[in-house]
Write a protein that binds this ligand. Sequence first.
Ligand code: NAD
Length: 347
Amino acid sequence: MKDIAVIGYGGQGAWHCDRIFTSDVCNLKGTYDIRDIRNKAAAEKGINVYASNEAIFADPTVDAVVIATPNDSHEELVIAALKAGKNVICEKPVEMSVASLDRMIAAANESGKLFTVHQNRRWDVDFLAVKQLAESGEIGKVFSIESRVHGSRGIPSDWRCEKAYGGGMIFDWGVHLIDQMLQIYKQKIIRLNCICSHITNKEVDDGFKLDLFFEDGATARVELGTYNFIAMPRFYVQAENGSAIISDWKHKCHVAKLTKWVEKDVTPVQNAAGITKTMAPRDSLTLDEYDLEIPNSDAHDFYRNFCLAMDGKAQQIVTHAEVRRVMQVIEAAFLSDEKKQMIEVNI
Ligand code: NAD
């Protein structure tokens, strides 16, 4: 069992503490938050509260720390923890620029300690269903994926509203959705276009539409909205031999697999202005429709992998190279939005 302390006892710090409590691979050593009210809340739950972050770093029994503070503070805390000889899990987004991430990676390499990022939405079953469908080749090569999350309550009314803290939805949710997409598409990105929305917040993005264009012709749309009172499907996938859709978080992945390209008698669709055979839906003579089983997933596997990797018994699941690639996309996305144009990239 590894001993872990959590820095920052806000929403996500408390989530980590709960997770570590029920973990089969690590113990919770304690937490510290710069706000007394949060330290009090931790103490009331029976959690050991340290006197400071430095007290955590100085405790030789702490094997690793989780950094669960607002985004602008990650670099300083991660580097301090690594320098103190601790292994580190940093919350997403790792930081706000590639340059900042590079300094963190350099500190990790120098310290010889493990440094990873909590990209926990790699364990989301909707994402896993699409990833497994793409990898299986069940409906042929996937050439287009649309990944969307639509809410209707604007940005949470905390530091996420302010640029200085690393607010905005690209950093908050985009980082998950881009990470997921790049777990499916490993090929090179050659162009991207991003449009941010500012419906409820002028300072930071409250949503975005990001289009990625890959070297082999595949495309991806990653979209997030916080002002959508009707949500679009979570995933929509097109492949050489079929399509797939996940309508909602709780729904299974529905697949329509082409069994025969040529159709004999297409029943036309009629509406007020005319009829169409081209756009008429296919029937079961040429299409096989079914739902995929929900994939198995256990988010505790993140900590299981981290503890094994600390002992050199496994490769860390969330690698520096993967985190860097996502950060490169985020930087280019902001540039594209600022310039209001498509950006040529090599990512
Ligand atoms: P929060 O505001 O609820 O909590 C942050 C806490 O950190 C606050 O209590 C604050 O007092 C404390 N803090 C700030 N600076 C500190 C410092 N230097 N030392 C110690 N404590 C400090 O925010 P949150 O929602 O918990 O988000 C924290 C981080 O977790 C962010 O990076 C966020 O993006 C991430 N997060 C990840 C997920 C996920 O699914 N992986 C979900 C939510 C949040």
